[in-house]
Design a protein around this ligand. Sequence first.
Ligand code: MRU
Length: 351
Amino acid sequence: VLVDGRPLRTIRWSGEAVEVIDQTRLPHELVLVRWRTLDDAAAGIERMQVRGAPLIGVAAAHGMALAVAEDPSDAAVAAATARLAATRPTAVNLTWALERVQAELADAPIEQRAGLARSLADTMADEDVATCRAIGEAGLPLLVDAAERAGRPDGAVHVMTHCNAGWLATVDRGTALAPVYAAHEAGLEVHVWVSETRPRNQGALTAWEMEQAGIAHSFVADNACGHLLAQGWVDLVLVGADRIAANGDVANKVGTYLKALAARAAGVPFVVLAPTSTVDLSCRSGADIPIERRAAEEVTEVRGPLPEGAWATVPVARAGTPAHNPAFDVTPAALVSHIVTERGAVSPDAL
Ligand code: MRU
């Protein structure tokens, strides 16, 4: 994408380091940080400097390349894989990427491993971009249909999304938002209801993306979404996924399930868009998907910049208030209208 007229991806090599956009600082500041070691990469994924299932996978591949450049031995490869695999449990793209890197390195002579790991990280980044473009093309007809069905005087389609499944969650272009970009480029009038997505407020990333792309959008509190759906202000719900089970159940950012329930009650299609690397056939249903639980402080505090620029953390609940923070939830396949991957769109009913 272009940010302030400058082409940018979420991750790239900068000499021997990996340069990423630090998403903990967005949408307030665009800051690039450099990872030089395996630990930088693992901590960066844990702290959500990078986030979003596809990007977590590609970032893990880059972390492996940093580790192998330091020590290409079998023991070091195994230790690096274990360290990165432990960072975030729900997005299966992480294990998918690590298994792919590990398998390629296993067959390679020690002296070739560093070069191989680095070029594999590049390949996976480029593949991710192509995959997201294909998801956008496959999802576009759903927006066109929704616009026709809605039959609004201006021809616009009103889409609701949750979390951030745009280019920031991938290397470029995004998953759930890829057809929104495609529709905008094709001249279709699109307006996006951007759900705030407490507690980490990834909706603010989506709003920033929409602003950069010149796409009409409204940032709304999570709790407003049921109302908007019930009132007929939404034609289509588009979300990403962190893991899709064999039966079509979908794990995605916590709050997704509530939107799926409200969409079903309102008769609005609920569409999940993700690469095939997010499908985990070893999980028979959503009950097998591990749900990440994060720190209670993410719920009881908020963090952001003060007017003079310094960042501050302020409490939203009294200090010590007990809190529970599941980062994802599972939407049953029965509530999903379509799953769109780079291979096309299917309805779970047809599976
Ligand atoms: O905790 P996050 O921000 O990594 O969660 C991200 C999501 O839940 C996204 O919707 C999902 O990874 C799909 S991203 C293309």
